[in-house]
Design a protein. Sequence first.
Length: 118
Amino acid sequence: MTNSRVTDPEVLESRFPVVLEDFHIRRGSGGKGRWNAGDGALRRLRFREPMELALLTDRRRVRSFGMEGGAPGELGRNIVRRNDGRREELPGCAQTVLEAGEAIEIVTPTGGGWGKAE
């Protein structure tokens, strides 16, 4: 699954033992400026059986910069929600095992804004 190709929930759930609990645009999250950057998204997948998860994501430590006075974008985040209530933040490149009932929450980063806001 990638951010550039949005897999239909029905296809995702029929091919993998997961439930897509949440998938929405984070309105207003793009870098501010005369022209704001595009908004990021949040996607939460709950696993129905134990699985090994590998992530290769970017912009988890360095924000996208703004141009010509625009504000930088927001960082992305990878958060595992464990069955015991713990929330474990994973780095951009990570591998972990998820038990049945646990979830991964992927928050995508945003671009930086362009120009000074008026």
